[in-house]
Design a protein around this ligand. Structure first.
Ligand code: FES
Ligand code: FES
Length: 163
């Protein structure tokens, strides 16, 4: 059965015609937003991470109809007027991108994390360790980098938020 859902998609009011059995990942990619990657499709790799109402989710295991009335952010919305976001810059600067398949999901995960830090004064950012930041990204797998540069990027993004 088909259904039209209304949402904010990367800041723009959007209507998507979706199948009620379709995942959000399928709906987004079918809408041309192929920056969000399809990896495992069972919620284990994080390649499909998008933000719904600023919370990271695995779009492969979320029904598209769940997005009715929400604000969805994908990697396509992060650079503005050709200017990379601070988190994207941190990934480039750290050399954290190899094949790039995991990168959109990781960038969205880091983005949600640094925005949470910005919003929530109760989190003592100075006490965050590299291990804490690594743990925040535990649901996102990378087959290329060995993770060190990804954690470097995330640490730099968190520190950029501090300053
Ligand atoms: S493709 Fe969604 S978690 Fe792997
Ligand atoms: S850079 Fe290739 S999977 Fe992460």
């Amino acid at each position: 059965m088909k259904q039209v859902i209304s949402c904010q998609l990367n800041g723009k009011a959007t209507e998507l015609l979706v199948d009620t059995r379709q995942s959000l990942l399928e709906a987004l990619r079918g809408h041309g937003l192929t920056g969000t990657k399809e990896g495992c499709c069972v919620g284990e790799c994080g390649a499909c991470t998008v933000l719904i109402d600023d919370v990271p989710i695995n779009a492969c295991i979320a029904l598209a109809v769940r997005a009715e009335g929400t604000s969805i952010r994908t990697i396509e919305g992060e650079a503005v007027n050709g200017q990379l976001s601070a988190v994207q810059e941190a990934y480039v600067d750290a050399g954290a991108v190899q094949c790039g398949f995991c990168t959109p999901g990781l960038v969205m995960k880091t983005t949600a994390f640094v925005e949470d830090l910005n919003r929530d004064d109760s989190i003592d950012r100075d006490s965050l360790t590299r291990e804490d930041i690594r743990r925040e990204h535990a649901g996102n797998l990378c087959r290329c980098t060995g993770y060190q540069t990804i954690v470097d990027a995330a640490v730099n993004a968190v520190n950029a938020v501090k300053s």
